[in-house]
Design a binder for this molecule. Sequence first.
Ligand code: 13P
Ligand code: SF4
Length: 331
Amino acid sequence: MLYPTQLNTETERLYEKLHRVGWSEQDCELIAPLTLEINQLKKEKNAIILAHSYQTPDIMYGVADFLGDSYALSLKAKETNADTIVFSSVHFMAETAKILNPTKTVLVPAVAGCSLAEGITAEDVRQLKAEHPKAGVVCYINTTADVKAEVDAVCTSSNALKVIEGMPQDEIIFIPDEFMCKNLQPLTQKKLIGWTARCIVHEEFSPETIKEIRKEYPKAKILAHSECNPQVINEVDMMGSTSQMIDYVKTTDEEEYMLVTECGLSDRVQTENQGKKIVGSCAMCPYMKKIMLKDILECLKSPRPEQIVKLPEIVIQKASRSLEKMIELAS
Ligand code: 13P
Ligand code: SF4
């Protein structure tokens, strides 16, 4: 049973953050019973909620214990002492948590894919390896556990170049993101062999949009995720991972920024940087936005079978080698 004072305090706590991205007090009042129950269940079950920065603000500021990019979230999952990890993000990130910390219960509030992870199979990787037997194989973390089990090292957008440079081979199969591969090629002497998968969110942005934003907001710094088309990257001031974009805004002193990425990041940056304005448009990831507070509550209360991440032992063993390689090369 919830007391009115508890609800008022929770509404105030939520409103303090969420009003910065347009939430009203009434909106916060509506979700307060949910966030209170989730936060209570977390304590009772010794659970931690890890959320990607593309999640909605009610999740990020209402119930998440840790926000981050895919690399920071992986490290957090590996280190946690909690019994249960609720991964509020797409499925490949939750699988990664299970691989790095297999004795924990890893829960996904909703089973959410990713166009990059769906864009390549383990069989495709085996064929590529047969075609280029001398090449090292690096896969982006946005892949299934089966694909990670086939490669030499995993990388994320924040450490891709370090991982590529740390590999002993001069030729690297870099999969599956076509655009990220093209964006990295000019930054390394190694020959990168790519694949053709794309992020359906980042491929929406065009160089024309960036030029229009420049005209409208000539003082704005424009930052783009490395999953964008190289023609878009040519037009912007900085390319990076979600966390690198957050750090850029925090540590620079401009009045206006455009974030060429998913809308959750604009919400996060706007919430955490009062006085700085996010301009232009963002794009919604239909996979990331599948997850809602009610799903988090449901899986914490009593997870359905599909909300519990399960992987074959052999896949965990093989994929953990390539993930540990990333951690070794990135740190
Ligand atoms: P980050 O590792 O930069 O958070 O990227 C993950 C992702 O899915 C971007 O679309
Ligand atoms: Fe996948 Fe793109 Fe969504 Fe990231 S934004 S989860 S890469 S579809």
